[in-house]
Design a binder for this molecule. Structure first.
Ligand SMILES: [Zn+2]
Length: 438
């Protein structure tokens, strides 16, 4: 057969195949996607900081199509009546560790588990998070690299139930640092996925960021101070040099990725802000200069001011090693006082709990602490909705109930603006237009 004849035959075969595929798809897709209409008694709009009444939310193909008090509802629409409830956009936790494995795992227990065990034991974490009203999480690292990517993708495929996950893949950390698997004898060889994010120069930082970008992460987590929950670590120290932190932010930007930095110490916080991170996590010992810098750079502070309650409880139950309890001593009150200062100074604040320290169902317990330490209830809700979406760079998809965004919607009985603790008991959860709790 000559070459032109051959290509003609191939072209005919491809055309026939495409027509057949199109015909099969036409059989599978219903004439019109199911339309849902939610009748909302009160609707909190974090974008404007207002409460709307008598609103109807129209949802088609997982997205919000229209919102208002004069929305035409198609006759075949499924109606969900939340007219006696307060409706809010799905909550966003900007600091979780869903892929950590079983919540009640003991210290160093992850050395006794395979990566597959850790991943499968994490499945209930994702479900608990969603059912408690958090429809999106920014998941900020795992000791077994890339397990979070597998979890995110399994949720997106619909294999398991969980929130939208934006994942980091691994901790970008110095060797022996806050994101390393520490506390072991030097002659123990770790598997690849327990030191995947280690880097010790600007160029090594860039190499790790390049690997993670290739692996398909959504953002980069770097650690610029020691940690509470790491052996032989000092939260009051600095980790990485300014050059290394700048390399992380610059290299991440080549892939359109934002960077968040774990930092407890004042210098670790300021180095990260100067390097241009999107948010500082914990920000425990932030000083006046750090607060001024955060304002100047528009850096978010993501301060987990509730989780010490769980930490102390685990300490009482003997679940935490002595060195970690010593690291934490006195830091909780310092962090809460600094949270109050940062709020008063008008720094951008997001909602992040470090879920894994507390059970995955308990994220909303932080709201009451945020109000106790200086936020209005509306500001606390904005931190977990519109502000969080802004930090994630996804304001077009999440953070408020507006046309074009994902139909991620929750509801509670009563008015959370007068009693913020009502958010601890979310009674209705919808994600992508699908109801997960009612
Ligand atoms: Zn964390």
């Amino acid at each position: 057969m000559t070459t032109p004849q051959r290509s003609q035959r191939i072209a005919t075969a491809v055309r026939a195949y495409l027509m057949l595929t199109a015909a099969c798809l036409a059989l599978l897709i219903p004439a019109a996607a199911q339309v849902t209409a939610i009748r909302a008694g009160k609707l909190i709009d974090p974008d404007s900081g207002t409460v709307l009444t008598g609103q109807t939310i129209l949802i088609r193909a997982g997205k919000i199509e229209a919102v208002g008090n004069n929305v035409t509802v198609p006759s075949d629409a499924k109606i969900i009546d939340l007219s006696k409830m307060t409706v809010l956009p799905g909550l966003i936790d900007c600091h979780t560790h869903l892929a950590i494995g079983a919540y009640d795992a003991k210290d160093l227990e992850f050395f006794t588990k395979t990566a597959a065990q850790m991943a499968l034991e994490s499945v209930p974490n994702a479900r608990a998070m969603l059912e408690s009203g958090f429809t999106t999480v920014r998941d900020v690292g795992t000791y077994r690299a890339l397990g979070d990517i597998a979890l995110r993708d399994a949720i997106n495929r619909g294999d398991i139930i969980g929130p939208h996950m934006l994942v980091a893949g691994a901790y970008v950390t110095i060797t022996g640092g806050a994101g390393s698997a520490t506390g072991l004898a030097p002659d123990i060889t770790l598997p690849w996925d327990m030191h995947y994010g280690e880097a010790n120069s600007p160029w090594e930082v860039r190499q790790v960021v390049r690997k993670l970008a290739h692996d398909g992460v959504d953002h980069i987590k770097i650690l610029s101070s020691g940690a509470v929950l790491a052996h032989r670590s000092n939260p009051k120290s600095q980790e990485f040099t300014p050059e290394e932190l700048q390399a992380a932010v610059d290299e991440a930007s080549h892939f359109g990725l934002r960077v968040e930095s774990h930092a407890h110490s004042a210098e670790g916080i300021k180095n990260a802000i100067r390097a241009g991170v999107a948010s500082v996590e914990h920000a425990t010992m932030i000083d006046d200069e750090g607060i001024a810098l955060a304002k100047q750079h528009g850096t978010y502070l993501d301060m987990d001011i509730y989780d010490d309650v769980c930490f102390q409880e685990q300490g009482r139950l003997g679940m935490l090693p002595k060195d970690m309890l010593e690291h934490e001593a006195g830091l909780a009150q310092i962090q809460r006082d600094n949270f109050r200062k940062a709020v008063a100074a008008g720094v951008k604040m997001s909602f992040g709990t470090d879920a894994s320290v507390c059970p995955f169902r308990d994220g909303a317990k932080q709201f009451a602490y945020m109000v106790k330490y200086g936020m209005t209830a509306m500001h606390a809700i904005q931190a977990a909705t519109s502000n969080a979406a802004d930090l994630l760079g996804h304001s077009d998809e999440f953070g408020s109930i507006k046309p074009g965004k994902y139909a991620d919607i929750i509801a509670v009985t009563g008015d959370p603006l007068t009693d913020i603790r009502l958010l601890e008991n979310v009674q209705f959860v919808m994600k992508d237009g699908k109801v997960y709790k009612q």
